[in-house]
Design a protein around this ligand. Structure first.
Ligand SMILES: Cc1ncc(C[n+]2csc(CCOP(=O)(O)OP(=O)(O)O)c2C)c(N)n1
Ligand SMILES: CC(=O)[C@@H](O)[C@H](O)COP(=O)(O)O
Ligand SMILES: [Mg+2]
Length: 630
């Protein structure tokens, strides 16, 4: 580790450093980022791109008095290193270690927690308003990427801040990338600004030319002020932001520390909201990440020398990939199928679809709400939209699902990837609320596959029925089962009995079916006979089967990787109650009423009793309590 970085324990330590030392420090920080992310996985490219910016911010301002609000927060590693977490940085994203996102409980320097995008300007505005109401004096700075700027909430906040005319700084970190290449008209507008001459230069050139007109030149130049100003609508970069009430500075080289410090200094004396447009390079300083910023956006462990990501040998195809391949197959046969992603074509498995059916593929930017209502609109015209969004990000679009899709009973398919426990990204990213926030919506059908083959059939079924459908499946590899070449239409609301048992029965859903198999095998060794049912449907429930199970053993164990509150087990409980099956003893296994921390998926499943050992232990206690019918 470099000597200089070892001496930085808090932001104040930067104040005494020269420019040359800051640049040395930038190199040392990049090395630490590289070593740590190569070992732990994480968001490498976004952080490599903000090293100079973060150094300049901490040099020019005084955190924690001044507040930095990082949008998404996936690029806050450098901030963490500079704010007292350097020594613990090796624990990044590991259980009990430093989080991959800003967290108020982790440090007083993390002014606002994040993980989902486009919230920084709203929260910064809230902090600035509170500051003014309390008569305090400090700076509030939101740092938002060009991708996150495509989210509607960012514009809601700009609109409000510009109207208030409040002192607030927004730094637009423009690297022309979301996770994939950034999309949309805003992105094109920013690209134009990258190459536009600065307004002051254009204004000066025009004035110079006017004054050279003999005799009348001077007076024309003086009276043409309004004309010159109106030219800014054509020429000034950032006019969009200016019109929203912000003073625009930029574009500025985001890797040039003195330039960043200079603009930060200038903006300190500006009244009202300011937007600084920085140009940065995602992955800066590490050639493989500069070449493939999308691959190194969020990356697993990798080899620093080659940039090769370490993959488990012989791993089964991921659910994501199976979904993507199945959708291409279905779209070949059904021209009405269209696919929609909110800025995650790769993460959701839609890249192949996009390549094969470019006209039927829509990347809407980080705009989950828009994605859903867009799909609703298309479905009214006979299209069959399949919207693939991670479970956690779908939380954003609850009202659009309810009001725009389900209320009108429109046949939109929601593919909720990364459902359940996702692992190292932690509380902001676990998809553990979807059963609960969808289940009570009328008309919707909700399914969860026990393996990747069933995922294909569920997708096919969804595109064949006339109803809104949500299918949720976990992050990572499937079970390695054979994929049937023909798709089967599943009977709606029909569960699958996998194994009969005399003592107790598992009513398991989605990724939890598999550990129940293993749990049943362990229980069998202990003399307990457990049946297994793959629920398949969270809604509608297979009421007939539940009544049978109630008669057979009277002991039912529901298992889900969702919060227990309002989840699948709750649905079964409600059903049992509605049918007066009051002799049934029901054990609900799932996640507790708390936010689940970060750690590997296996670690967390074990900790929360959802691996086979935990399930066995819970069932043994359950049986000890109620006994079995023999
Ligand atoms: C609501 C929401 N949708 C999707 C994501 C996934 N996501 C995380 S970062 C990111 C791209 C952000 O791009 P940008 O803001 O430009 O930051 P960069 O990584 O380029 O620095 C996306 C789509 C998210 N975090 N939140
Ligand atoms: C910061 C963010 O929201 C994404 O980058 C997310 O971490 C991606 O998750 P996956 O690695 O599961 O695609
Ligand atoms: Mg970006």
């Amino acid at each position: 580790m470099g000597k200089l970085l070892d001496s930085i324990n808090e932001p104040r330590d930067l104040k005494k450093l020269s420019l040359a030392q800051l640049e040395t420090l930038a190199g040392e920080i990049r090395q630490l980022l590289l070593n740590t992310v190569a070992a732990n996985g994480g968001h490498l490219a976004p952080n490599l791109g903000v090293v100079e910016l973060t150094l300049a911010l901490h040099k020019m301002f005084e955190s924690p008095k001044d507040k930095f609000i990082w949008d998404v927060g996936h690029q806050a590693y450098v901030h963490k290193i500079l704010t007292g977490r350097r020594e613990d940085f090796s624990t990044l994203r590991t259980a009990g270690g430093i989080s991959g996102f800003p967290k108020r409980c982790e440090s007083q320097h993390d002014a606002f927690g994040a993980g989902h995008s486009s919230t920084s300007i709203s929260s910064a505005l809230g902090i600035a308003l509170a500051r003014d109401l309390s008569g305090e004096k400090h700076n509030v700075i939101a740092i938002i990427g060009d991708g996150s700027m495509t989210g509607g909430q960012a514009f809601e906040a700009l609109n409000h801040a510009g109207h208030l005319g409040i002192n607030l700084t927004v730094i637009l970190n423009d690297n022309e990338m979301s996770i994939a290449k950034n999309v949309g008209a805003l992105s094109e507008y920013l690209a134009k600004m990258r190459t536009a001459p600065t307004y002051s230069k254009v204004k000066h050139d025009i004035e110079y030319l006017l004054r050279r007109i003999p005799a009348i030149g001077d007076s024309v130049a003086n009276t043409a002020e309004r004309v010159k100003d109106s030219l800014k609508y054509l020429l000034v970069p950032g006019v969009l932001f200016e019109e929203l009430g912000f003073t625009y500075f930029g574009p500025i080289d985001g890797h040039n520390i003195p330039s960043i410090m200079d603009v930060l200094n200038k903006t300190k004396s500006v009244k009202g909201p300011v937007l600084i447009h920085l140009l940065t390079q995602k992955g800066r300083g590490y050639a493989p990440a500069e070449r493939n910023p999308d691959k190194f956006h969020g990356v697993g462990t990798f080899c620093i020398e080659t940039g090769e990501v370490k993959k488990k040998a012989g791993a089964a195809p991921a659910y994501t990939q199976v979904f993507g391949d199945a959708l291409v197959k279905l779209a070949d046969q059904n021209n009405n199928i269209v696919a929609i992603t909110a800025a995650m074509p790769d993460g959701t498995g839609l890249k192949k679809f996009a390549a094969k059916f470019p006209k039927r593929f829509f990347d809407v930017g980080i705009a989950e709400q828009h994605a859903i209502t867009l799909a609703a609109g298309m479905s009214t015209q006979g299209k069959r939209p399949v919207v693939a969004i991670y479970s956690t990000f779908m939380q954003r679009a609850y009202d659009q699902i309810l009001h725009d899709v389900c209320l009108q009973n429109l046949p939109v398919t929601f593919m909720l990837d990364r459902a359940g426990i996702v692992g190292e990204d932690g509380a902001t990213h676990h998809g553990v609320f979807d059963y609960s926030f969808l289940r009570h919506i009328p008309n919707i059908v909700i399914m969860a596959p026990k393996d990747e083959d069933e995922l294909q059939h569920m997708l096919y079924t969804a595109t064949e029925i006339n109803a809104p459908v949500a299918i949720r499946y976990p992050r990572g590899s499937g079970l390695g089962v054979n994929l049937k070449p023909e798709f089967t239409k599943l009977e709606i609301g029909k569960a699958e009995e996998l194994k009969t048992g005399n003592d107790v029965v598992f009513l398991a859903v989605g990724a939890m079916v598999e550990p129940c198999y293993r749990a049943a095998a362990i229980l069998a060794e202990k003399g307990i006979s457990a049946g297994i049912v793959n629920a398949r449907f969270i809604k509608p429930l297979d009421g007939q089967l539940i009544r049978h199970l109630a008669r057979d053993t009277g002991l039912i164990v529901t298992v889900e990787d969702n919060v227990l509150a309002g989840g699948f087990g709750s649905a079964v409980l409600e059903y049992i109650n509605s049918q007066n099956l009051n002799w049934v003893k029901l054990l609900r296994l799932g996640l507790p009423d708390k936010f689940i921390e970060h750690g590997t998926r296996n670690y967390l499943l074990n900790k929360y009793g959802l691996d086979e050992q935990g399930i066995v232990a819970s069932v043994e206690t359950f049986i000890r309590q109620f006994g079995v019918r023999r």
